[in-house]
Design a protein around this ligand. Structure first.
Ligand code: 3BY
Ligand code: FES
Ligand code: FE
Length: 414
């Protein structure tokens, strides 16, 4: 489903005309042009979260994803390195791998069986003649980096700097030992809403009381707990938690990119509860990594445009969003547990997944209704709550700042 935007208003003009601290003009949430511009300026240029490295447990493991027009494949080679490639055969352009994940010793094109090594080199192509030089037909690579067990890719020729995120994320997730984890469960859903509505919804808990009965058993919807505009706006409870974590060398204090593209902080759950379960108790008897206590809370990490995450003592939940159309977004969630935790013995899937399966579905419903309302010609941008929706303001300001500078630069160059 696509919706025509008013042809006369460019994305740059829509952004220039937006009201500060208000939701965006309608066409930015549903227009075809704005969607193309979001792909070109954001999704094809920023680092994007793919998934955890444990999704590629051994040589030959692969995952595929679709970023706008680009099919991408991520593999683990014989040297154990994780690499990303355009998932496009160098013969006549077949999509090389159609499955979302699996294991293959080599990448064989289904059309004429050109065969590539896991590092992208073309190994075999039948009947191509004497002068054919396979070394000229390796898969095209995509920038790929492993940050403490979290895989990111970037489609740009020259990716933006990632050093600051790399240093912080690697340090903050180290106690969760993601390399020693496994995927216990994965859910993939499609929300009929623009990707910015999906991310906006995640950046506030103004809606939590009204929408998330199971999450609210353990997760406080106090904006001082969930938004945290900076290290000093945290509640006394969080400050106490950080002091306790400092003493145990557990990285926990609020750190962020200056433009708020990412933020991480460890916050306690309500009433010293342990995990996002219906009971509030840990879902997995075996803790991950070296996290010292059951009540260490959640290390919350988001990264625009594609991810938010919770690293709990007993499990981690990592989320990836990908735009599918102006009004559709794919949301993939993985539940990670210690690699030696045994299902049915150390955890059961129902306890582990119930709260966030519910929460994702509740978020899907509010996002879809949000999109439906915005599609009305009667919609007009409304004000964000300064206390409850500061996180949404961070997102929208980051988005508008980046889009304005890139679109204006492009215009100047034309
Ligand atoms: O997932 C998060 O980051 C939380 C939970 C609910 C709303 N959001 C701020
Ligand atoms: Fe891949 Fe022909 S298109 S082998
Ligand atoms: Fe929610």
């Amino acid at each position: 489903m696509t919706f025509a935007s008013s042809a006369s208003t460019s994305t740059a003009d829509l952004i220039a005309a937006r009201l500060p601290n208000h939701s965006l003009p309608r066409d930015l949430y549903c227009g075809e042009q704005a969607y193309r511009d979001d792909l070109e300026q954001i999704w094809y240029r920023e680092w994007l979260f793919v998934g955890p490295t444990c999704e590629l447990p051994k040589t030959g493991s692969y995952v595929t994803l679709q970023v706008g027009d680009y099919p991408v494949i991520v593999t683990r080679g014989a040297d154990k390195r994780i690499r990303a490639f355009h998932n496009v055969c160098r013969h006549r352009g077949q999509r090389l791998c159609a499955k979302s994940n699996g294991t293959n010793p080599k990448l064989v094109c289904p059309y004429h069986q050109w065969t590539y090594d896991l590092d992208g080199k073309l190994l075999f192509a039948r009947d191509m003649g004497e002068s054919f030089d396979p070394s000229k037909y390796s898969l095209k690579s995509v920038h790929c980096i492993d940050l403490g067990g979290m895989i990111f890719i970037c489609l740009a020729k020259v990716p933006p700097a990632i050093n600051d995120l790399a240093t912080n994320l690697t340090r903050y997730v180290a106690p969760s030992a993601l390399a020693d984890s496994k995927i216990a469960f994965t859910s993939t859903i499609v929300e009929k809403g623009n990707w910015k509505l999906v991310m906006e919804n995640n950046r506030e808990c103004y809606h939590c009381g009204g929408s998330h009965p199971s999450l609210c058993r353990t997760y406080s919807d106090d904006p001082l707990m969930t938004v945290m505009e900076g290290p000093n706006s945290a509640s006394p409870e969080i400050l106490d938690h950080w002091a306790r974590c400092d003493a145990a060398n557990l990285p926990s204090r609020f750190v962020n990119a200056p433009d708020m593209q990412w933020r991480m902080a460890r916050v306690p759950l309500m009433d010293t509860q342990e995990s996002f379960t219906m009971s509030g108790k840990a879902a997995v008897s075996r803790r991950m990594g070296t996290i010292p206590w059951n009540d260490a809370g959640s290390l919350m990490f988001y990264h625009f445009p594609s991810s938010w995450n919770h690293f709990l003592p007993d499990h981690a939940i990592v989320f990836r969003i990908l735009p599918i159309s102006p009004t559709e977004t794919q949301v993939t969630t993985h539940w990670l547990v210690h690699k030696d935790a045994v299902e049915g013995q150390d955890y059961n899937l129902e306890d582990l997944t119930r709260v966030w399966l519910n929460t994702n579905d509740e978020d899907r419903q509010v996002v879809e209704e949000n999109q439906r309302g915005i599609l009305s010609p009667a919609y007009e941008p409304g004000p964000y709550s300064p206390s409850q929706e500061a996180g949404v303001i961070h997102l929208i300001d980051w988005y508008c700042g980046l889009m304005a500078s890139r679109l204006n630069m492009q215009q100047a160059a034309e």
